[in-house]
Design a protein around this ligand. Structure first.
Ligand SMILES: [Ca+2]
Ligand SMILES: [Ca+2]
Ligand SMILES: [Ca+2]
Length: 480
């Protein structure tokens, strides 16, 4: 081929692939909450059919974990505030009771159960003013997103009784749709006995389910993805490796039903654009000494194994991310040694990273450190970049898939949300800093591709975007 023609063709190919589109990742909004922040969670909320906001939940304490070697007494009250998309505070509420700043004690979830166009704020509240570990005073509370006023309180189901602290305080709130009808789900437990209850429009109980410790099949995960896995218009929740339909609580399948009864730290639905099917990427904690194998599995949408890897290791974190049309999706997990958590945050020791082509299981090398990254499509091309800001040991850099540093959220920055929550092309990052500052970062050069706008419009997107303040679900959107 003659040289000028070859250069022209390369240039056209580069344009088509979006090469040359420079990232310009800047703070587009900043405000200070006027309090120290240990841990902050954030989730986008439809305050009404027209008005959207962002709910912030925080205190001066770092995440309070129920495991007795990680639990510590709170030093500050939990606060909730709604800000609009211009960063103006609409209301704030400081709780006067012992509701703890911990994702397992106090899941928070916006959901329009009554169908009036406004997403109530659902959360687990400990109404006891003296006992941080009261079990009998836990309530499910619904709050008005426009005012912060309590709308209703219900008893919180007591599935787990007389168990360890770590087993007792594992609470989830989630929700999805059955042919357009909203279904709210409350759930308890992760490692042993577990319970799920589904609620319809007027809080009438739609179904409930108890999974006994002796029942075969997997335990729960720290993630609770919602996905219509069989495309029939009725959502499923992945409860660990159990696929449960929201209509009647029917279990569609339990992946590795007879081989695995443990807890999986990662359960990630991942969409294969080529076969137009869902897959499930799972990374396992129980049996880390090799007593339960394998440690990493990709299942198809019926729960059948596609590939497996590793015989040993406590697999602790992971995601999948869509990286290009030709490559499809990549996956990562880590194994770890020890872990400590307390008033200084979370630290993992002896972290080893594993990376794969998602659909083949081929081992690959990614040219950036993946531990503590969250996939995010900042430039709006429909493919993920990676914000390495989800914890104390993160370097706060933002990487592209080629390993280039394209941004930096700054010292002591922590990521609370990575999705499209502003009226702007591409996805944004919401980050917080110990001095009370909240910053929204975005790519000023972002342009929205067709693939990206289809992604934001996909039901999976909003279903799982709502989960950023319940469970460890911050990475779930990387599946699409
Ligand atoms: Ca409502
Ligand atoms: Ca379904
Ligand atoms: Ca991108």
């Amino acid at each position: 081929m003659r040289k000028p023609l070859a250069i022209l063709l390369l240039w056209c190919a580069a344009l088509l692939q979006g090469w040359g589109q420079q990232f310009d990742i800047q703070v587009i909004q900043e405000f200070n909450l006027g309090n120290r922040i240990g841990k902050l969670r954030a989730v986008p909320v439809a305050c009404s059919a027209e008005k959207r906001g962002i709910l912030l939940v925080w205190s001066a304490d770092k995440e309070i974990d129920p495991y007795i070697e990680m639990f510590y007494p709170p030093t500050d009250r939990l606060k909730l505030a709604m800000v609009d998309l211009d960063g103006r505070e609409l209301w704030r509420k400081e709780l006067d009771d012992m509701t703890l700043n911990g994702i397992w004690f106090t899941p928070v979830f916006p959901f329009d159960l009554d169908g009036d166009g406004s997403e109530e704020i659902w959360f687990v509240r400990n109404t006891d003013r003296e006992h941080p570990l009261s079990y009998h005073n836990l309530r499910l509370e619904a709050m008005d997103p426009s005012t912060g006023k309590t709308l209703a309180r219900y008893p919180w189901p007591h599935t787990v009784n007389r168990e360890t602290l770590s087993h007792t305080f594992r609470n989830f709130i989630l929700g999805g749709y059955v042919h357009g009808e909203p279904v709210l789900v409350t759930a308890q437990g992760t490692y042993g006995k577990m319970g799920l209850q589904a609620w319809g429009k007027g809080m009438e109980k739609r179904w409930e389910k108890v999974i006994l410790e002796s029942d075969e099949g997997s335990r729960g995960s720290h993630m609770c993805p919602l996905v219509d896995i069989n495309g029939d218009g009725s959502d499923e929740v992945m409860w660990g490796e159990r696929c449960i339909n929201l209509d009647r609580g029917e279990t569609l399948f339990i992946a590795d039903r007879l081989e695995y009864n443990g807890h999986s730290d990662v359960v990630q639905p991942v969409w294969d654009y080529r076969s137009a099917r869902w897959f499930l990427y799972t990374c396992r904690e129980s049996g880390e000494d090799g007593s339960i194998k394998p440690r990493v599995v990709l299942f198809d949408h019926r729960g059948q194994r596609v590939w497996t890897d590793l015989e040993k290791g406590h697999m602790d974190l992971g995601w999948t991310a869509q990286v290009s049309d030709s490559r499809g999706s990549v996956a990562y997990t880590i194994s770890r040694g020890g872990k400590r958590a307390g008033p200084d945050g979370f630290y993992r020791m002896n972290v080893v990273e594993y990376t794969y082509e998602t659909f083949t299981g081929d081992s690959i090398r990614l040219p950036f450190p993946v531990y503590l990254t969250v996939p995010v499509d900042l430039n709006g091309d429909g493919y993920h970049e990676f914000a390495r800001a989800a914890g104390e040991q993160a370097d706060r850099m933002i990487y592209d898939i080629d390993g280039n540093v394209i941004g930096n959220i700054g010292e002591k920055g922590y990521l609370a949300m990575a999705s499209r929550f502003m009226d702007l092309p591409g996805e944004q990052l919401l980050c917080y800093y110990p001095d009370g500052t909240v910053r929204v970062w975005a790519d000023l050069n972002a342009r929205e591709s067709r693939r990206a706008s289809d992604r934001y419009g996909h039901p999976f997107y909003r279903l799982n975007q709502r989960l950023s303040a319940t469970g460890y679900n911050l990475v779930l959107l990387g599946g699409l």
